[in-house]
Design a protein around this ligand. Sequence first.
Ligand SMILES: Cc1cc2nc3c(=O)[nH]c(=O)nc-3n(C[C@H](O)[C@H](O)[C@H](O)COP(=O)(O)OP(=O)(O)OC[C@H]3O[C@@H](n4cnc5c(N)ncnc54)[C@H](O)[C@@H]3O)c2cc1C
Length: 247
Amino acid sequence: MHPASANAARPARRPTTSREVVVTAREQITEHMLRLTLGGDDDLAPVVHGTPGSWVKLFVPDPGDPSRAGEHGRAYTVRGFNPISNEIDIDVFLHDGGTMPRWAESCAVGETARVGGPRPSGAPGRDAASMLLFGDETSMPAIAAILERERGHRPIHAWIELADDADRQEITLSRGAGITWLRREPAAPGTALLEAAAQQRPEPGTGVWFAAEAGAAQRFRGLVRGLDLADLHVQGYWRAGVGDYRE
Ligand SMILES: Cc1cc2nc3c(=O)[nH]c(=O)nc-3n(C[C@H](O)[C@H](O)[C@H](O)COP(=O)(O)OP(=O)(O)OC[C@H]3O[C@@H](n4cnc5c(N)ncnc54)[C@H](O)[C@@H]3O)c2cc1C
């Protein structure tokens, strides 16, 4: 077993391309989660990466640009892709003060946007004997996609930190899979995840995947440093107080 390095499981990037999309459906799936279905005439297969939890960059008209020529682009997980209907589902977490949530809440069926991809996810490696996943509202779509692709051949457990219990989702679980729901301390995103992670003693050969607030991701790296893991993916999906955060 080789010592894992951060992002070791991340697949190679293919050149990205962009496609115009049309909002074909909207569904409020939980209190703060809005599912948008995006389709249109352009073939979306080239912008979707096959790994569960892969993502696209969603570009919408920049509300701060009165000419409407500018775009606001952010990363969103492909929650589902239907190649027959040529549609992707994206779950937008409606956090306070966000531009993308504001657009998502106000957009109508028929409205256009743009997606760029494919972008792989750093999905948990096939070779890990067991998997530990840690995330929050923004990575719940990725965690759900990962859990739904498991075949019941290894133990896999997810810890998901939410600000509001009303955002829990029904996620299909294979044999050996489980979820622990954690409640967020308002002032400290990721703290409950770090506390849960600190109680785990991963066996050699375990794979670990973490995606949540960037400060918590940084502290998480300290927790797993030196462990003999099959693979490790740690990513900040957003940073408190910083717009358009990227790693
Ligand atoms: C690979 C990847 C996949 C992602 N997948 C998803 C997904 O499927 N669904 C999803 O909802 N998000 C997802 N995110 C997170 C999303 O891209 C960010 O939350 C993004 O900042 C949202 O853009 P915005 O326009 O709302 O806010 P921004 O303009 O980027 O930021 C404005 C303010 O909002 C704050 N903010 C941003 N996100 C949050 C949050 N979650 N909670 C509280 N405050 C926040 C910022 O700190 C900033 O102060 C993903 C991120 C990455 C990197």
